[in-house]
Design a protein around this ligand. Structure first.
Ligand code: ARG
Length: 459
């Protein structure tokens, strides 16, 4: 069946139907389409278009459609309708007879598709945010498992300065907390009720739009009917939040792929999240993390797809906009699956504490601590930098590690090295000078970890 046709002498070609029909993907909106239609029917009754008896017949029919759609896996088999909205109205006709002809009174699919997608996306934001909370919690648990572990922090993938393991994980906690804010904001912005906008000019029937909003749990109503038909910002907001989240997940994945490699060897991933090789019996590959890293490309691609689709479209609705749903569904599926996967990987991580500690101890990650100590003793920082640079050069040439030096040999190397500086050859000591807020000082990190727990509990 069609929701239009009177003006046409022939129907659409088979090719165009195949090309343009969206039921195969927008059937995912069937539950929200029916819920939205029930709320619209109630509003039609309040507006005097439907009698109370007609409304109750329509509601009963809609409810049975909704239940079948949710429970019957074959419900859509053989359907050739243009889209989910058309499908639902055809079903209504099968179950409520001629009365179904009234449900679309003054309604446009342009506002309907906006409503459906908003309802769907609001619930999807809640799912994504719940998954984010799960990952945030797991990162804190993993930090609390090794509260005193020292790892080399990297810049340019070269050992830079020693940091505490919880400090490293709290960096990701911050990233995913910001993602949480972005989804909170995306949810706030999508939570406007569009019905009553008509095709673009506003409905010709006296709907109480606030009452529809209340019925469907919306905070607000949209303010401009043309904007409703033209707007997909709410989808872009979610896609952007999802893309940034995937970038964070992808960086975490990359870190852990490296850290669990034989070359780093300071982290072990559980058997449950790794795969073997069909040929090489010794392999334990980090496929779960590689897939997270790989899927990030798909999500960022989805954001770009919709950005390009929307660019330059004349107001208001254009059929191009039907292309919004597949990227949106795709991104939501991938980000949700990746968040869950990352949580399970984090659960499985075992840190071989001694390995990163040795990596820190054997390298010259304490160089900055030494230079800063000299500067605190009054040596101009530039000179301090030079002195320690020479110390590192000499050591590297002769194969010396920080532990091969002591107060006496340092003083002999350069008199600027007073005895108090030598203790900073131990990476744990230098961290104690970084009790600045936001730094890797042990007390600061312990407090940051406690504070993160509280922040998570408040989400
Ligand atoms: N299937 C369409 C979409 O997803 C519904 C809106 C159709 N409106 C129209 N004027 N053709 O965008």
């Amino acid at each position: 069946m069609k929701l239009w046709g009177g003006r046409f002498e022939t129907g659409p070609s088979a090719v165009f139907e195949r090309f343009g029909n969206s039921l195969h993907f927008d059937k995912r909106l069937v539950d929200v389409d029916v819920r939205g239609s029930i709320a619209f029917a109630r509003s039609l009754q309040r507006a005097g278009v439907l009698t109370a008896g007609e409304l109750s017949q329509i509601e009963t029919a809609f409810e049975s459609i909704r239940l079948d759609a949710v429970n019957d896996p074959h419900f859509f088999d053989g359907a050739t309708d243009e889209d989910v909205h058309t499908f639902v109205i055809r079903k209504l006709g099968e179950r409520a007879g001629a009365l179904a002809g009234k449900i679309h009174t003054g309604r446009s699919r342009n506002e309907q598709v906006s409503l459906d997608a908003r309802l769907w996306l609001r619930e999807t934001c809640d799912e994504t945010m719940a998954l984010l909370r799960g990952l945030l919690a797991e990162l804190l648990t993993l930090a609390e498992k090794y509260p005193n572990a020292v790892i080399p922090g990297y810049t340019h993938l070269r050992r830079a300065q020693p940091v505490l393991w919880p400090h490293y994980l709290l960096a990701y906690f911050e990233m995913f907390s910001r993602d949480y804010e972005r989804f909170t904001e995306a949810r706030r912005r999508v939570n406007f009720m569009p019905l009553g906008s008509g095709a673009l000019a506003g409905s010709g029937f006296p709907h109480d739009r606030h009452a529809i909003a209340k019925d469907l749990g919306f905070d607000n109503i949209t303010r401009n009917s043309m904007d409703v038909s033209a707007d997909r910002d709410w989808a872009l907001d979610y896609l952007y939040a999802a893309s940034v989240t995937m970038i964070h997940l992808s960086r975490l994945a990359e870190d852990w792929i490296l850290y669990s490699s034989e070359e780093f060897a300071w982290m072990e991933l559980g058997d449950g999240v790794t795969s073997g090789s069909s040929l090489m019996p010794q392999k334990k590959n980090p496929d779960s993390l590689e897939l997270i890293r790989g899927k990030s490309g798909r999500v960022i691609g989805s954001l770009n797809a919709l950005l390009f689709t929307m660019k330059g479209l004349p107001l208001t609705y254009n059929r191009d906009m039907q292309e919004d749903k597949e990227p949106l569904f795709e991104a939501a599926d991938q980000v949700n699956a990746s968040l869950e996967m990352a949580r399970v990987v984090a659960e499985s991580v075992v840190l071989q504490e001694a390995v990163p500690y040795t990596a820190a101890e054997e390298s010259w990650v304490v160089a900055t601590d030494l230079a800063e100590a000299l500067a605190r003793n009054g040596v101009p920082f530039h000179s301090a930098h030079q002195i320690v640079g020479r110390l590192v050069l000499t050591s590297v040439r002769s194969g010396k590690k920080p532990a091969d030096w002591n107060a006496a040999s340092l003083a002999e190397f350069d008199p600027a090295f007073t005895p108090d500086v030598a203790r900073l050859l131990d990476p744990r000591e230098g961290m104690k000078t970084r009790e600045i807020l936001g730094g890797t000082g042990p007390n600061t990190v312990a407090a940051a970890l406690r504070e993160a727990r509280e922040r998570l509990a408040a989400l």
